[in-house]
Design a protein around this ligand. Structure first.
Ligand code: SAM
Length: 239
């Protein structure tokens, strides 16, 4: 088999996830508690990153040692808490953008409860506007909000040079549950959510195909979780 993706069937996916989770660094109890709190409180809690993604965020932050992190799409604050945990040594500043009043309230409650307000700043409002008000550079940028906004967000980040010279942008869900690749790629998706993910798939396919042609950056789209794209500034090769 020469492909990069194993053909796990639908029933095996939970076992694979569980296998990886139990053989990866543990998320702290506080993060696990917050994940459970969000799961039981919000009917759309599938918007939240998984526990394995939490381990990945902590690992990535410890590995890259960012001084500043920007997140677009806070939801209940789970990923911001994971970035906080992963930067306990380096004490990174974390800026997170969110527009839903309900999720702003939930996140603020969580940030106060877990005592992370010293380094986490939540900026309220539509990210299309708030992103443009930011200044300085970020070493790690996590794009995880409305899927039809990804192209605009990454354009603003690059045009305004919000990404530091050695920084990385991580865009989550670029597979749109498989529908970026084709409408036949997620037969298991129920009819209730399929129209939403179909429109995300169309927007993200345009984003994915356009981004790889941007000569300013190197792009790597990985079959990780629901598809994760890594973006870095392309090195200028000296003649
Ligand atoms: N990063 C979170 C995590 O890992 O748990 C999950 C984020 S969830 C997938 C996306 C969030 O982006 C939602 O809370 C939604 O309200 C927010 N969002 C969607 N469109 C937005 C916009 N235009 N501006 C700001 N936030 C937005």
């Amino acid at each position: 088999m020469l492909g990069s993706i194993l053909p796990f069937d639908e029933e095996k996916v939970d076992r694979v996830s569980d296998y990886c989770e139990k053989r990866s660094l543990n998320i702290p109890d506080t993060l696990a508690d917050h994940w459970e709190w969000t799961r039981t409180r919000f009917p759309d809690a599938d918007k939240m990153s998984s526990c394995l993604q939490g381990s990945w965020m902590i690992f990535t932050a410890r590995d890259r040692k960012p001084k500043r992190i920007l997140e677009i799409g806070c939801y209940s604050g789970y990923s911001a808490l994971a970035w906080y945990e992963g930067t306990k040594d380096t004490k990174a500043e974390i800026v997170t953008l969110e527009y839903s009043p309900k999720m702003i309230a939930a996140s603020r409650e969580a940030f106060a409860k877990y005592g992370v307000e010293d380094r986490v700043t939540l900026i309220e409002g539509p990210a299309e506007k708030t992103l443009k008000t930011l200044t300085g550079e970020f070493d790690l940028i996590f794009v995880d909000a409305n899927k039809d906004g990804y192209a605009g967000y990454v354009k603003t980040i690059l045009d305004q040079k919000l990404l530091s010279p050695n920084g990385v942008i991580l865009c989550d869900n670029v597979f749109a549950r498989g529908l970026s690749i084709g409408p036949d790629c997620a037969p298991w998706l129920n009819d209730h959510v399929r129209p939403y993910w179909l429109s995300c798939g169309e927007a993200l396919e345009q984003f994915n195909s356009g981004l790889v042609q941007d000569s300013r950056v190197d792009v790597l789209l990985l079959p990780l979780f629901d598809g994760v794209t890594q973006i870095r500034w392309r090195d200028q090769v000296k003649a």
